[in-house]
Design a protein around this ligand. Structure first.
Ligand SMILES: *[C@@H]1O[C@H](CO)[C@@H](O)[C@H](O)[C@H]1NC(C)=O
Ligand SMILES: *[C@@H]1O[C@H](CO)[C@@H](O)[C@H](O)[C@H]1NC(C)=O
Ligand SMILES: *[C@@H]1O[C@H](CO)[C@@H](O)[C@H](O)[C@H]1NC(C)=O
Ligand SMILES: *[C@@H]1O[C@H](CO)[C@@H](O)[C@H](O)[C@H]1NC(C)=O
Ligand SMILES: *[C@@H]1O[C@H](CO)[C@@H](O)[C@H](O)[C@H]1NC(C)=O
Length: 241
C-alpha cells in the first residue's frame, strides 16, 4: 500500500465559519452534494449545465418541523469555487468540518465565463463517487471516473484519507473487483461498506451493475467480498459478517 502525503482533490469547508445571510429558495440543480451537520442538512454547489455550476451553500434547519411544501431554506457563505460531481463527509472528530472530495471545481474567469479544473495533484481526477467516513476519521473513496480530456478511465481502487493526519493511501484492487461509478456506499455499524448498483466499464462502454450482486469492503481487514441478493436478509438481522 502506497502512502501519499498530500491533500484533498478539493476544498475543505468548515461550518465553524458559517453564518446565515438570508432565507430564500435555491434555483434548480443536480450533481450537488449534502452533509448533515448537527440539525442542519447542508447542500454544496450543484450544476444547472450549461447555465452555471453553483458555489452556493444552502441548508435546511431540521431542529423544528416544517411544511415540506415550503421548506425553510437558508443560504450560507458561498464557497470560493463552483462545485459539482463530487461527494462529501462530515468529520466525526469535530462534527463540524465537511470534506468535499473529488468532483469538479469551477473557477470564474470573468463575470460571464467559468471554466472547470481538477484540483488533485495526487490522483487522477475522480467523479461520480460516494465517500463514507468511519468513526476514526478515515474517508473511503472507491473507484470513480476520470474525465481527463486526454484519457478517460474508470477505476477500481480504494483511496483512503485519514483526516487525523491528512494522509492518503491507495489500495489497488484485483481485477475481480469491478470499476465502479454512480453507486451507493453505505457504512454499516460493523465496519463493512456495502456498494450497491452503479455502472461499470469504460466511458465508451458503460454497463449497469446487476442489483443482485453487491460488493462489500471490510474497513477493518481492508478486504473485498462479493455477495448475492439473499444476504440482504442477513443485513437486516445486523449479522453481516
Ligand atoms: C403547506 O404549504 C403549502 C404551499 O405553500 C400550502 O398550500 C399548505 O396549505 C401548507 N400546509 C400547511 C399545513 O400549512
Ligand atoms: C459527534 O457526534 C457523535 C454522534 O452524534 C457523538 O457521539 C460525538 O460525541 C460527537 N463528537 C463531538 C466532538 O462533538
Ligand atoms: C490526464 O492524462 C494525462 C495522460 O495520461 C496525464 O499525463 C495527466 O496527468 C492526466 N491529468 C489528470 C488531471 O488526471
Ligand atoms: C496517520 O494516522 C494513521 C492512523 O493513526 C496511521 O496509521 C498512519 O501511519 C499515519 N500516517 C502518517 C504519515 O503519520
Ligand atoms: C461492454 O461491456 C460488457 C460488460 O463488461 C461486455 O460484455 C461487452 O463485451 C463490452 N462491449 C464492448 C463492445 O466492448
Amino acid at each position: 500500500m502506497k502512502s501519499l502525503y498530500s491533500i484533498l482533490f478539493l476544498v475543505i469547508f468548515s461550518s465553524v465559519y458559517y453564518f446565515v445571510i438570508c432565507q430564500d429558495v435555491p434555483s434548480p440543480r443536480s450533481k450537488h452534494t449534502s452533509a448533515l451537520v448537527g440539525t442542519r442538512l447542508y447542500f454544496f454547489g450543484g450544476d444547472n449545465s450549461p447555465t452555471f455550476t453553483s458555489h452556493e451553500v444552502w441548508y435546511l434547519d431540521l431542529s423544528s418541523s416544517f411544511n415540506i411544501s415550503a421548506p425553510p431554506w437558508h443560504s450560507d457563505v458561498v464557497m470560493p469555487v463552483g462545485y459539482s460531481f463530487g461527494t462529501s463527509c462530515l468529520s466525526p472528530i469535530d462534527n463540524s468540518t465537511v470534506f468535499l472530495i473529488g468532483g469538479r471545481t469551477w473557477i470564474a474567469t470573468s463575470a460571464t465565463t467559468d471554466y472547470y479544473s481538477y484540483t488533485s495533484s495526487v490522483f487522477a481526477t475522480r467523479n461520480e463517487i460516494q465517500a463514507v467516513i468511519d468513526n476514526n476519521g478515515k474517508i473511503f473513496i472507491f473507484g470513480g471516473f476520470n474525465y481527463n480530456s486526454s484519457i478517460i478511465l474508470a477505476y477500481n481502487d480504494m483511496n483512503i484519507l485519514d483526516i487525523t493526519n491528512m494522509t492518503w493511501s491507495t489500495l489497488i484492487q484485483s481485477q475481480s473487483v469491478l470499476t465502479y461509478i454512480d453507486y451507493t456506499a453505505t457504512l454499516l455499524p460493523n465496519g463493512l461498506i456495502v456498494y450497491i448498483g452503479g455502472r461499470s466499464g469504460s466511458i465508451s462502454n458503460v454497463s449497469l451493475i446487476d442489483m443482485a450482486q453487491i460488493q462489500i469492503f471490510d474497513t477493518k481487514s481492508y478486504t473485498w467480498s462479493a455477495k448475492v441478493m439473499y444476504t440482504i436478509n442477513i443485513i437486516s438481522d445486523n449479522n453481516f459478517t
